[in-house]
Design a protein around this ligand. Structure first.
Ligand SMILES: [Zn+2]
Length: 397
């Protein structure tokens, strides 16, 4: 009997999520439509809906069109029914955190800064408690967007720029906060943010971020790509020239050694060495802005530099496309403001990628910019809550 009860509880929990997810995806839906779409009987749907109303995550609102008889009452997500907290720790130690409701409306936010790995736990504890006003009730989850390589149980295994190794922040926070905690690489979550913001039906996307480092994230069928052995979507460390320059990862000729800000600054310095006064205004932090601000039509040297960067980025994208065959590639970089860069990138990828049997692909500029990480983190938390939280009604009785 115990086994049967456990089984019934599991089925009910699955069905609660099925109905909740359908209400979320539909925005407005009646009980009869839920029954039709899920195949669950009307009485089962009525009970599940009543349970979901009791937990405070959905509410009744207005009425829909009648198809004969009474006009059906419509159901929608109750925004304030749960809160989602997301925290981004960047690779310079800056921390930004946000709390959103179930529809993505921002409720509260804060920032902090740490220099040592040992400061991370106490800082995050204070930040999260302040943001949630010391009230864990109705918190769906906390999502951590972390730098570097993240283990399955939420440890920062290695964050090279910060010099951090094996920081068990996920497990430590789980001891302090009795809510689900997810920890993912920040760039992976940015990929999720861009996918969600675009509402891409294909649910597949490659995200490439080119700045002081080259990061990437891959989403396939709405799931973040999780590599084996702690490496995932390391497109920046794809070797494209095995005899090339030494990379900070210890190997030679990674994509990052050719297109990061530091690499491009070196190229500009080497190319402009006869133009001392102009060079004095350029550095590793502003080199992309400087290149983009030049008239590439008038300056062949600038055009050549932008063309070479675009071709190198294209090689990285082509190699990933040939392996994964996704249809959307989103690029976040100041370089995308350059007409030359964007044109050469598009042409090179289109000309050199393997022809695909079905459909084409599209190169897209980021629409969320720097907000992609936190937006992606809360979207990830929301999706998990609606689709897979498997919450049990008994918790609320
Ligand atoms: Zn490398």
């Amino acid at each position: 009997m115990q086994g049967e009860r456990a089984n019934n509880t599991w089925v009910k929990s699955q069905n609660l999520n099925l109905v909740l997810n359908l209400i979320w995806e539909s925005s407005l839906v009646s009980r009869a439509e839920i029954s039709k779409k899920t195949g669950l009987s009307r009485s089962t749907v009525s009970q599940l809906v009543s349970d979901l109303i009791q937990t405070g995550v959905i509410e009744e609102t207005g009425s829909g069109d009648s198809i004969g008889g009474r006009r059906p009452i419509l159901l929608q997500i109750k925004p304030e029914g749960r809160r989602i907290c997301a925290v981004h720790v960047d690779d310079g130690g800056q921390i930004h955190a946000i709390v959103e409701d179930l529809l993505g409306n921002a409720l509260n936010q804060s920032s902090a800064f740490v220099t040592e790995a040992g400061e991370l736990l106490p800082t995050l504890k204070v930040m999260i408690n302040d943001l949630l006003e010391n009230d864990l009730e109705r918190v769906a989850c906390i999502v951590l967007a972390l730098p570097g390589i993240i283990s399955g149980d939420g440890r920062i295994l290695s964050a090279v720029n910060l010099g951090w190794k094996d920081v068990p922040i996920g497990p430590e926070l789980a001891i302090n906060f009795a809510v689900p905690i997810f920890a993912e690489n920040a760039t992976g979550l940015a990929a999720f943010g861009e996918l969600t913001a675009r509402g891409l039906e294909s649910r597949n996307l490659i995200y490439l971020r080119i700045g002081s480092a080259v990061g990437a994230g891959i989403v396939t069928y709405n799931q973040l790509h999780q590599g084996l052995r702690g490496s995932e979507a390391e497109i920046g460390h794809m070797v494209i020239d095995i005899k090339g320059k030494l990379c900070k990862c210890g190997r030679r000729g990674c994509l990052e050694t050719k297109v990061s800000r530091a690499a491009v600054y070196q190229t500009v310095k080497d190319s402009l060495n006869s133009m001392g006064s102009e060079l004095a205004q350029i550095n590793g932090a502003n080199v992309f802005e400087w290149l983009v601000g030049q008239d590439a039509e008038e300056r062949p040297l600038v055009r050549e530099i932008l063309t070479t960067i675009a071709q190198n980025v294209a090689v990285g994208i082509i190699n990933v496309l040939n392996v994964i065959g996704t249809d959307s590639i989103v690029i976040q970089s100041k370089l995308c403001d350059s007409k030359t860069f964007w044109q050469v990138l598009n042409e090179t990828v289109a000309n050199e990628v393997l022809p695909f049997a079905q459909g084409g692909f599209e190169l897209l500029r980021s629409i969320l910019g720097e907000t992609a990480i936190l937006k992606g983190a809360t979207a990830y938390g929301r999706r998990h809550f609606f689709e897979q939280s498997r919450f049990s009604i008994e918790d609320y009785e």
